[in-house]
Design a binder for this molecule. Sequence first.
Ligand code: 13P
Length: 259
Amino acid sequence: MNNRTPLMAGNWKMNLDHLEANHLVQGLAMALSDAGHDYSKCEVLVIPPFTDIRSVQTVVEADNLDIKYGAQDVSIHDNGAYTGEISTDMLTKLGCSYVVMGHSERREYHGESDELVGAKARKVLDAGMTPILCCGEALEIRKAGTHVDFVLGQIRAALAGWSAEDVAKIVIAYEPIWAIGTGETATAEDAQEVCGAIRAALREDFGDATADSTRILYGGSAKPANIKELMAQADIDGALVGGASLKADSFAEMARFYA
Ligand code: 13P
């Protein structure tokens, strides 16, 4: 037993307009409430596209929901001539509590480096929100058997120079690229192997208190059918869910993995 609150985070990616977003959040709140969800047993987070955040905020505030929301990316700049970017300040003003950085899709399509990802995490933490730092290996690396070293390298590069207190406040999401959107979930043992190695590295680099309190999520074709087994692993504290978070019922069922 540990005292890390499980986190079920739905990464909507580039899906759903602001009207559909309203509908999904309302449906999710309803499904959770009908099922008697206990938010102290699993925090529920939705991560919509930027254009949906204001609508999600309105629903959450109007109905006084316990659902949290956040953003899929953020700028490292405060403001100014950065066309297309969104600042931490804009996100905190909208009530966001989490921000994802270093998702494999951003690393691949937007060339984001570990250093940039680390700078984004720093920016988000300094703004009072919680960074969700993503890591994960491609299929070739998995096949070569060097996935643990690769993932630890990503995390260590992003968190170089960080204090133990700050690392304890972030969330790390391990998402093997070959399992994202492919329907091919890593087995619970595969996921635990890497999540366990991440926690061991945190222990080595930042000490027991940090290793014991940092939450580590698994992501990659997580769904109602496999969530219980994933959540039963010692070092998996939640999931970063893509496809299965776009349906209220399936995502609510995942948040209720403990039931
Ligand atoms: P899927 O759950 O659709 O595989 O996506 C995982 C993911 O990338 C979440 O960030």
